[in-house]
Ligand binder design. Structure first.
Ligand code: TPP
Ligand code: MG
Length: 306
């Protein structure tokens, strides 16, 4: 995978909750990025727990920007560096799902469409956690949040999770991929690979939120592993439009992942069955897409070799 700097560029002593999957993920990500970078971070938990004045957890240049505009700020930084003749410093966005799926979505789309040389990392903890667990476009179907309540009429979020990684890839960017904080080798390889590619790159990383998901701190990494093993969060990459699943674990029932999370505690057997059906359908579609894409890729490579 190439050298990791093995320096702690994301320092301890910040104020994240015990068991925060985001803090773990950032530590791995920063080792893969290395020192020569500028981090652009939208308002959200990360900004709050890493930059309590006068302290900072960042041992690299860091810009906090408002909730909606990390993509344009990163685009501005990258173009300013280019004008200065700097072709080595990496510009990386680290922003939450609320910032990426919702409020900054148009700006993210514009950044990708214009083709800026930015790695955009969405840390997806599946709700607006910093402001008290409101639902976002990333919140899963049927999950409880403070704005997708559970009562006699409604049982959690009514809508499906937005397929942001596929939407990003549909812009025709060279690299879009998913990972989690727990699968750190995969995560670091993807960060390294993305940074070796010119143009806009998008990485969507599932990260646990202990208060938001209602999980035990000690199980934060286990839930991420279960999300992948239950095919709830497929780990894949879409390189130049061709999809490849990086992990094909033997499927665990979706219940292993849902069990013990307070945001799903209202679900009955029928709800779990419906979620399982949705997960299976999406997984089958990914397998089919991978087959079609990889066959097409081989065909094109065969032609170019003639
Ligand atoms: C324009 C605007 N609207 C609302 C807010 C309030 N706000 C700050 S952070 C945040 C939620 C962030 O959610 P996400 O991006 O998922 O990050 P997380 O807190 O989950 O880490 C909200 C709603 C704001 N700062 N600016
Ligand atoms: Mg969030």
């Amino acid at each position: 995978m190439g050298e990791l700097e093995n320096k702690e560029l994301f320092k301890s002593g910040h104020t994240a909750c015990a068991g925060c999957g985001v803090a773990v993920g950032l530590r791995h990500i920063m080792k893969a990025i290395g020192e020569d970078c500028v981090i652009v971070n939208a308002t959200g938990c990360v900004e709050i727990f890493t930059t309590a004045y006068p302290k900072s957890a960042w041992a690299v240049p860091y810009i906090h920007c408002v909730f909606e505009n990390s993509a344009p700020v990163a685009a501005g930084v990258v173009e300013a560096l280019r004008v200065q003749g700097n072709d080595h410093t990496k510009v990386v966005v680290i922003s939450g799902d609320g910032a990426s799926y919702d409020i900054g979505f148009g700006h993210l789309s514009g950044m990708m469409e214009r083709g800026h040389d930015v790695l955009y990392i969405s840390y997806d903890n599946e709700a607006y956690m910093n402001t008290g667990v409101q639902r976002s476009g990333a919140t899963p179907w049927k999950a409880y949040t403070t704005t997708s309540q559970v009562g006699s009429v409604r049982k959690g979020k009514q809508q499906f999770k937005k397929p942001l990684t596929e939407i990003a890839a549909a812009h025709g960017i060279p690299y879009a991929a998913t990972s989690t904080s727990a699968h750190y080798t995969d995560l670091q390889q993807k960060v390294k690979k993305a940074l070796s590619i010119k143009g806009p790159k998008f990485l969507n990383v599932l990260m646990t939120c202990v208060p938001g998901w209602g999980t035990k701190p000690a199980l934060s990494m286990q839930y991420l592993k279960d999300a992948v093993d239950a095919h709830v969060w497929p780990v894949y990459e879409i390189e130049n439009g061709f999809l490849k699943l990086n992990m094909k674990p033997e499927k665990k029932p979706v219940e292993t992942y849902i069990k013990g999370q307070k945001r799903f505690k209202h679900l009955n057997e029928q709800d779990v069955k419906e979620i399982q059906e949705l997960v299976d359908e999406k997984w089958d579609r990914l397998l089919w897409k991978e087959k079609v894409d990889q066959e097409r890729k081989a065909e094109l490579e065969g032609h170019s070799g003639e």
